[in-house]
Write a new protein. Sequence first.
Length: 207
Amino acid sequence: MYRIFIICLAFLVLVACATEPGIPEFQGETEPVVKTERLLASPPKDWQLIYQLNSGDVRLSDFIPPNETEKEWQTKLSFEAHTQLVDSDPISIIMGEIKSKNEMCTHIDHFNLFSGFENNYPTSVRLIQCGENAHSQLGEISLIKAIQGNDSFYIVRFVKNVPAFQKGEAEFTNEEVANWSSFLKRVSLCDDDDTDHKCPSPEPVEP
């Protein structure tokens, strides 16, 4: 429990101190030109796209580190946009996912890291630990950010497969969770046509 407290404290410090502007919009953006809401997000440098879906109602892009493979990945980053979930509350969506995981995991621990507003959009971030997934026989560590937009509902998630573990004994480092948290802090939603959700100004180009 002390370890989880340290992780949560590190995340709160990152939230308070982060000053980096939003990062570029994630790949797979196919919204009509009339829609100006944008998720400012992109994968870390050199991460590879392994799956992409655009069904109209759902857009999804999955990325893994450059040294991992599509069939045997350990860490995955996903960007999702759901037009049919725009009336959903971020906390309710994440709790629904936790309920589903409860049905396939030996045990679940989850910790709210942030729930509030970012750029005036309802937002929630939660750390989830699954002791052993019945399908993969592996443990899972997830860090999820959910944002309720006006055009779509957005979910950004890191998932790491780890050896199955007992309650409170997951194999992951504070540094890794801090890095994920810092990345998710830079993910933001904005809309230049809405004064309540303005996009950050581009940084000046050095001569």
